[in-house]
Design a protein around this ligand. Structure first.
Ligand SMILES: N[C@@H](CCC(=O)N[C@@H](CS)C(=O)NCC(=O)O)C(=O)O
Length: 108
């Protein structure tokens, strides 16, 4: 297996970040010039495109419960713990950490 140089990896990461409106990862490059941002959109794309075990249970209540957890993390906790949000909140590393931990503990 060929090892990629750190410069190549860095260049690729910067290129991918530039595809995301908020400069975030992950970015899924589809290989034909198209790409996706946003984890849930990517997961649904993978589920609809590739055969394999279903991501969601068949039972409607259980499906809703999985979506509940996804939403709780995806819009309730994770965005508030992002570095860009924490830095906007405070320039003090300890205050940033306190902010992030508050939302993680409240949500989980
Ligand atoms: N809603 C986005 C969230 C993406 C996101 O927040 N990514 C984080 C890493 S987990 C990021 O790139 N953060 C950059 C920063 O905090 O500056 C998704 O589901 O993909």
């Amino acid at each position: 297996m060929r090892r990629k140089s750190s410069t190549r990896i860095l260049r690729r990461a910067v290129r991918r970040l530039s595809l995301s409106p908020l400069g975030q990862v992950p970015v899924l490059v589809l290989g034909d010039g198209q790409y996706l941002t946003q984890s849930v959109a990517m997961l649904e794309y993978v589920e609809e495109t590739f055969p394999g075990p279903a991501l969601l249970p068949k039972d409607p209540v259980k499906r809703a419960q999985v979506r509940e957890i996804v939403e709780l993390i995806n819009s309730g906790i994770q965005p508030l713990t992002n570095l860009m949000v924490a830095r906007r909140h405070s320039s003090e590393p300890q205050l940033q950490k306190d902010w992030q931990m508050y939302w993680v503990e409240k949500g989980l």
